[in-house]
Design a protein around this ligand. Structure first.
Ligand code: ZN
Length: 150
């Protein structure tokens, strides 16, 4: 990451904004319409209706987690996923997809295990983890490895 600017799409007027990284914590406004830009600090739920929009609103880096209610490993990693969303607020958006509620999205991303994590940078897949890490910390190390902090 050479730039310290993050691109955020305004949910109100769809304009892409370049926001200096240090301003992300201070409730940045859209340069076009002055609406508040949303900087997620927690995972957001993706559905067939919202996924492409949630994904496209955050071009920088997105971690998509496919999970299921009955999946014990998903519950095991949930606290780490929540912490990652907070620690990396402004640089990484996490979208969670319930594979039972959204089978079409699970099929689209060829998900055969839960949890499955797919990491995207500027719309391109940079890494994928099918199944839970052995240790929770491995998930954080995996993200750090593929998305080095500036
Ligand atoms: Zn706007």
């Amino acid at each position: 990451m050479t730039s310290d600017k993050i691109i955020v799409r305004c949910a109100a007027c769809r304009t892409l904004n370049n926001v200096p990284a240090e301003k992300l914590k201070a409730r940045p406004l859209c340069g076009q319409c002055k609406a508040g830009l949303s900087v997620p600090h927690a995972p957001v739920d993706g559905t067939g209706a919202t996924f492409d929009r949630e994904f496209g609103d955050w071009p920088e880096a997105v971690l998509v987690e496919f999970w299921a209610k009955w999946c014990g490993y998903c519950r095991m990693v949930e606290p780490v996923v929540n912490e990652l969303a907070d620690w990396r607020a402004g640089t990484l958006k996490i979208i969670r997809i319930d594979i039972d509620a959204e089978p079409a999205l699970a099929k689209r991303f060829k998900v055969h295990a839960t949890p499955t994590f797919i990491l995207f940078r500027k719309g391109d897949q940079v890494a994928r983890m099918d199944g839970a890490p052995k240790e929770k910390i491995e998930l954080v190390q995996w993200v750090d490895h593929h998305l080095p902090r500036p």
